[in-house]
Design a protein around this ligand. Structure first.
Ligand SMILES: Cc1cc2nc3c(=O)[nH]c(=O)nc-3n(C[C@H](O)[C@H](O)[C@H](O)COP(=O)(O)OP(=O)(O)OC[C@H]3O[C@@H](n4cnc5c(N)ncnc54)[C@H](O)[C@@H]3O)c2cc1C
Length: 302
């Protein structure tokens, strides 16, 4: 089936594809086994056609953006990995809104908003994912998140149908959206912003950046916060207070800079990271009676 899908994908010229691609090349953790088939549809229509074909062939698929919030298992991903790339990597201004393709960098979008004198996206200045990943995750920081500025998104449903969702359709909550139910893929999103002062926006972006560089292991291989914050508290505070900074499993280490980050110190496996996550969860449960829930998405063959 996969072979037949690939042949048709090629025949319809839907985009680039490759067999057995190590996903460690496409995740910020630099961890992950191979994708059986890795495809990069070359635009919105090609993406819709790809999903339609996958639906017809009943093949499993997974969508990836920048890979900055996923842990791909060492055995890799069976079926098709859809990587949003070139044809969906665009952004422009329309009135007081910014419209961007699912593959566009969320950090670049924050910078573009600033240049356009539009405020509301400053929080995104240090979130190293794509627009699609941010819409999926309801990514947020500095007291704001996607739900505050989200206007609409063009979503390719798992049948290949292209629909537009507005904010009320998204079921937004803390790091959660309706998309977590494997609804489909964000091809394009629109964000409603407000007029602001360019210099002030630039100053806010610079101060957020400075804070991140000081408090997060930004240049290490990591995937941001590993656990969601429990209600009324911070996972990082609990992990640090429990004395777990620097704890290791194989080559995975609890960051000494930010306790809710796990860094790949070199050649770490997904197994190392999962082992470390489990140990952290156990210690926090026995010390504080709190269940830490992963924020990172664990994908692939276990
Ligand atoms: C150093 C660092 C700092 C970070 N700081 C923050 C932070 O402050 N706040 C925060 O919220 N996050 C933070 N993150 C996590 C991460 O950047 C965000 O969750 C980001 O939104 C994920 O986007 P992505 O494109 O990398 O998604 P991926 O990691 O590729 O995918 C994440 C999930 O989204 C799905 N997905 C991806 N693209 C699409 C799409 N187009 N349509 C449908 N589903 C899709 C995937 O299937 C997967 O389930 C940080 C990460 C790093 C490495």
């Amino acid at each position: 089936m996969l072979q037949r899908f690939a042949a048709q994908y090629e025949e319809l010229r839907l985009g680039r594809y490759e067999w057995n691609v190590p996903l460690s090349k496409y995740t910020t953790w630099k961890i992950g086994g191979p994708a059986e088939l890795f495809v990069e549809p070359r635009g919105k229509e090609a993406l819709a056609q790809t999903i339609k074909l996958l639906y017809e062939y009943r093949l499993p698929w997974l969508c990836m953006g920048r890979g900055s919030n996923i842990l791909v298992m060492d055995k890799g991903v069976r079926g098709v990995v859809i990587h949003l790339a070139e044809g969906l990597d665009y952004a422009c201004r329309e009135g007081d809104s910014l419209v961007a393709g699912g593959a566009y960098s969320f950090i670049k979008l924050a910078v573009l908003a600033g240049k356009e004198g539009l405020t509301g996206l400053e929080f995104a200045g240090g979130i190293p994912g794509t627009v699609g990943g941010a819409v999926y995750m309801n990514a947020g920081a500095h007291g704001s998140d996607v739900s505050r500025i989200f206007e609409s998104a063009d979503i390719v449903l798992d049948t290949g149908e292209l629909v537009t969702y507005r904010v009320d359709d998204m079921q937004y909550a803390y790091r959660h959206s309706v998309l977590h139910g494997r609804l489909g893929i964000v091809a394009e999103a629109r964000f409603r912003l407000e007029h602001g002062d360019r210099k002030e926006i630039a100053a806010v972006l610079a101060s957020y950046k400075e804070r991140r560089l000081r408090t997060q292991p930004f240049s290490s291989a990591c995937a941001g916060s590993v656990f969601r914050n429990p209600p009324g508290d911070y996972s990082a505070r609990l992990i640090e207070e429990a004395g777990l900074k620097g704890m290791r499993a194989g080559r995975a280490e609890v960051s000494t800079q930010h306790a809710n980050f796990i860094v790949n110190t070199g050649q770490a496996t997904a197994h190392d990271v999962l082992t470390l996550m489990k140990r952290i969860q156990e210690r926090i449960k026995t010390t504080y009676g709190i269940e830490l829930i992963p924020e990172v998405m664990v994908v692939g063959e276990r």
